[in-house]
Design a protein around this ligand. Sequence first.
Ligand SMILES: Nc1ncnc2c1ncn2[C@@H]1O[C@H](COP(=O)(O)OP(=O)(O)OP(=O)(O)O)[C@@H](O)[C@H]1O
Ligand SMILES: [Mg+2]
Length: 330
Amino acid sequence: MAKVIAIANQKGGVGKTTTCVNLAASLAAMQKRVLLIDSDPQGNATMASGVNKFNLPHSITQVLIDGIDIRECVIAQTSGGYHIIPANEDLTAAEVKLLDFLVREFRLKNALTAIVANYDYVLIDCPPSLNLLTVNAMCAADSILVPLQCEYFALEGLTLLIDTVDQLARAVNPNLKIEGILRTMYDNRNRLSADVSQDLEQSFGDLVYKTIIPRNVRLAEAPSYAKPALYYDKNSTGTKAYLALAAEILEKDLLEAKRQEAVAKARAAKTVRKAPAQPAAAPHAVPAPQAQVKAVAKVAAAPRAQTTPQAAAPAARPTTARAKTTRTSA
Ligand SMILES: Nc1ncnc2c1ncn2[C@@H]1O[C@H](COP(=O)(O)OP(=O)(O)OP(=O)(O)O)[C@@H](O)[C@H]1O
Ligand SMILES: [Mg+2]
């Protein structure tokens, strides 16, 4: 069964699409079966994958609104070695039409059930907004990958996003968690980047990927050749960074799978020992979802203190203070 990851940040231009396309290509190059779902009316991920958004037989719009079989919308031929469900500007109207449905948040999740078993990873490229398209992506997802540019105000936007994830986890998708926070377009000559990056590590610990995506012109050029960077310049620092990210994600997932296996074995052994006395106890001891909910709660706890501009979160303060210091001393 695929792991479904929504790539989201309501802030525009932080590297969501670049991450989606290049991570998809990197995972596919590592022999994983990957489906990319373009859920942004801009259709940038579609074009960057070598699919013409102006000439689509079907797109994600028909899946969400007309309810056509999702299998008919999958395009298997992309320049990145993965499958794609494309998007174009029709999706803008679709977002409004979604309001007509009684159960509007689960349109994508319900459609996905028909094909999710065919893949190892499903990556959803979200638009720069916390709208119904993003909510659909988050309801269909197991986790959220947040690309974040290390700059002034970045942590403030992150607080809002984590709040949304927290609300959705409590209301509709209890297993939803933050997959990881990815530092993008990192410029190591920039003092502010280093300060924000350090604040992120202090506030979010292991949730911050070790891999950092550098600012790299090859990553910016590749979409104009309708390719992921891996097939445009395989030796560029951008390509290598996304390959490293894919490897980091695979390693984390392998460790998690082993952990879950060990827990399941321990639980089975315990159930066997206790079977005559407590046959109904095991279902309450399911550890994975609880751990996931706890993880979301833990992530949400720290930054959620920042509910008003006056009550700035501890995470945001050092950045702001340091940013000001940096700017005045520069
Ligand atoms: N690491 C990078 N180095 C250099 N340029 C980058 C990098 N990542 C992204 N870019 C460029 O920055 C711009 C914004 O990136 P991208 O489109 O991936 O962001 P986005 O978050 O998807 O934007 P939107 O919110 O509009 O969907 C693009 O022109 C892209 O080519
Ligand atoms: Mg985008």
